[in-house]
Design a protein around this ligand. Structure first.
Ligand SMILES: NC(=O)c1ccc[n+]([C@@H]2O[C@H](COP(=O)([O-])OP(=O)(O)OC[C@H]3O[C@@H](n4cnc5c(N)ncnc54)[C@H](O)[C@@H]3O)[C@@H](O)[C@H]2O)c1
Length: 377
């Protein structure tokens, strides 16, 4: 990474835990995704959930009762938890998007390590404040992109880094669902802030940006729409009535290093997929099959296209049957705390992911191309 913003980002981290000591974790937000934390932490004898908070009265209590996890101190919101708790090592921020920034910043200011769910937040301004708080704290902040733990995803990066593709100049990415609009807190601005763009768009961007070393985004021409979510013909009437985020987004993004990124994402549309992810290079190309229910995973065996001895050849990359991505996501974060190591999914990268989401949103609102300007951190 060549960018000056990233070069400045060199936090000094204290080696947190002596080997063997139990790490005390807090869970902020005990909704749907928090279930994957409880289910996996139960299987990590060196981590204990000692505190949790949720805004909805009784929700956290029911949550831990359901998992048979006892002795967790419960609070009505993240502020109360942070004020009272004195022996936490880390918190997992599992709230809806609109409170990602405040929960993360407050936790870092309290000197806690943070595992923050995706997307990083809603706006670029929030992301910048998060990274500033991380830098000031010297603590570990990792982002909850579990597809990063997938060997198939790692293979994409390995192929690009091996030079098999030569110089990458064009990437088409994204994914979509013919019908796959979530409900609950995903579909309202007051809780989610952004729709499909943030929910699954961040995965599509991460898949390819991570592979090519997260070059800085420069400009974006973005589009967003919502023709399905608010329509009771395609969504249940109650959800349709409160739906006020995007369900489709597309963009043309220029990246540092002359790479063009062509992006599209959908929670619903009249087709099964908006296309596979393709990475075009001067020496070869890679096709990454899309999935029916896009959630950031590789949909089938990838194909590598090259010229060999003057002939066009295609090579199939076998699909690796990887599992336990949520376990690995939490485990790698805990290990980084123990060793004082680098965060598995660092904010310095996801800042660029968020900058693109923010750029697409702004550009779509303004109906013109916008520059992506990332302030000094
Ligand atoms: N990594 C994944 O695969 C994955 C999957 C689903 C959701 N997510 C992400 O997880 C986040 C949460 O999604 P969800 O479906 O669990 O939402 P949810 O609405 O089911 O749960 C969020 C909970 O956070 C609580 N909350 C909000 N602000 C709070 C605060 N300040 N203090 C304490 N509690 C607070 C809410 O009361 C709510 O119960 C979203 O950002 C989503 O994008 C990630």
């Amino acid at each position: 990474m060549s960018d000056t913003v990233l070069k400045q980002f060199t936090p000094t981290r204290r080696k947190e835990a002596e080997a063997g000591r139990t790490l005390n974790f807090g869970i902020i937000g005990t909704g749907w995704i928090a279930e994957s934390y409880a289910e996996n932490i139960i299987n990590m004898p060196d981590i204990k959930i000692t505190a949790a908070a949720d805004l909805i009265p009784g929700k956290a209590e029911r949550f831990f009762k359901n998992y048979g996890i006892e002795g967790v101190r419960l609070y009505p919101d993240h502020s109360a938890l942070l004020e009272s708790e004195t022996d936490l090592d880390a918190v997992c921020v599992c709230t809806y998007n609109m409170t990602h920034a405040v929960c993360t910043i407050d936790s870092l200011k309290k000197g806690l390590n943070v595992l923050l769910e995706k997307p990083m937040c809603v706006t670029l301004d929030e992301a910048v404040e998060i990274v500033r708080a991380e830098k000031a704290s010297g603590k570990i902040l990792s982002l909850g992109f579990q597809p990063r733990m997938d060997e198939n995803m790692r293979m994409i990066k390995k192929i690009v880094e091996s030079g098999e593709l030569g110089q990458v100049y064009y990437i088409q990415t994204g994914g979509g669902r013919r019908r796959g609009i979530p409900n609950s807190t995903f579909i309202e601005k007051k809780t989610a802030g952004i729709g499909a763009l943030g929910d699954i768009g961040c995965y599509a961007l991460d898949m390819v940006l991570n592979a090519v070393g997260y070059p800085k985004p420069l400009t974006v021409s973005g589009y967003k729409s919502a023709f399905f979510g608010p329509n009771p013909k395609y969504n249940n009437p109650e959800d349709a009535a409160r739906f006020n985020v995007d369900d489709f987004a597309a963009a043309f993004i220029r990246l540092d290093g002359g790479i063009i990124l062509d992006f599209r994402i959908a929670w619903a549309m009249h087709i099964d997929t908006p296309g596979d992810t393709i990475i075009l290079g001067t020496e070869g190309a890679l096709r990454i099959p899309s999935t029916e229910c896009w959630n950031g995973s590789v949909g089938g065996p990838m194909k590598l296209y090259r010229d060999v001895a003057g002939s066009n050849v295609e090579m199939e990359i076998p699909l690796y049957d990887d599992g336990e991505l949520f376990f690995k996501k939490i485990r790698s974060f805990a290990d980084a705390i123990r060793t004082g190591g680098a965060p598995p999914v660092p904010s310095s990268q996801i800042l660029y992911n968020q900058a693109i989401l923010d750029g697409i949103y702004r550009s779509a609102e303004l109906e013109r191309e916008v520059e992506i300007i990332i302030p000094e951190i």
